[in-house]
Design a protein around this ligand. Sequence first.
Ligand code: PLP
Length: 447
Amino acid sequence: MTYQNFSLKQLQDIDAAHHLHPFTDHKDLRDAGTRIVTHAKGAFVYDTEDNEILDGMAGLWCVNIGYGRDELAEVAYEQMKELPYYNSFFRCSTPAPVLLAQKLAQLAPDNVNQVFYGSSGSESNDTALRLVRHYWALEGKPEKNVIISRKQAYHGSTVAGTSLGGMEAMHGQLGGAVPNIEHVMPPYAFELKEEGESDHDFGVRAAKAVEDAILAAGPEKVAAFIGEPVMGAGGVKIPPESYWPEIDRICKKYDVLLMLDEVITGYGRTGEWFAAQRLGLKPDTITTAKALTSGYQPLSALLVGDRIANTLVEKGGEFFHGYTYSGHPVACAVALKNIEIIEKEGLVERVREETGPYFANALSEKIAPHALVGEVRSFGLMGAIEIVKDKGTRERFAGGGAAGVAVRDAAISENLMLRAVGDTMILSPPLIWTRETIDMCCERILK
Ligand code: PLP
């Protein structure tokens, strides 16, 4: 499709007249003007002015194999010609979702063998919430329906996703969340660790907040704990190493299911197919989306552990839940090809052995010494840079995130796309980045 008959100004005017954007202050957008991205190749996106912008966010944490992959376009075209759509309801299916489910079961932790499809991470978290509560009802414990989550967590933007998430601003506009979801402190050492407290002790304390919430609600009432292995949209908050083993222990102790939200961390970003494997966890549900298709098609897959799946199959009867596009054949065909490319190019191993460590080192050696940087951290190819006014005391700038927005806009004018969460700068590069691209990113940050 070509947009060359339209000037940037025309597109901006039409955009302002008709298009409501996600997570956007529209007055502000109209003043600033929309940046229109028209095409992309490899690690770069291009706008109407033909600026070549290094995409440090892989779109929105999703374009893991980079842009311009002909094989994905071809497989989508072939599938559309052969069978653009048929559903997976009423004792039917199509080949692509069947074969993708088998592939995902092979890649997932060994207790996870079933897949329920949606079109977005939010939808899949809705499925996860319903499935977990349904599981306990089928087990004769319908009162075991409280979910423990964390403040600042992001689990999507539907009513269920927002309710599971811990974003105050989102809850503020919800007009009533899904009941029985409790939020505890996030494992965010940079701001919440106390004077003299070790990382280890902080991780144990943050996990203890989950145990306290279970005890406050009564373990017989708590269905599950949900968490992102690394909190992504909340600011790449990486828990201390002590955190997840403690969470695992606590969940087992009180027979609380473990729900991992791997919408960002899934499909290689952490140097394993799933962060669950890197952390040695065997979750009951794993929510995945985004990089499942590298963003080339909207698709999500809730990976369901044997414990829940067996009960659902054996005792469940009909599960009254699903979406028209659950198991969409085109999206599933694209996902299969995407996974084939990740395997063929060894991208997961590359993150684990080469680019992940190189990225960590580049952030520490090149970015951390800067006078306005209070901390850098990374986990595979997810990174964060904390912007502070005073490096010694870690005092933030006044303006509640204005510094982060200024850094982000300065980076874009240096042709680097990164994201600001308050004054935390976020990076989530495509897995195809090389040492050279990582160096280029650091140079542009420092300009
Ligand atoms: N969960 C996590 C951890 C996410 O980061 C996101 C999106 O960024 C979602 C869920 C929601 O996914 P979607 O935007 O596809 O609905």
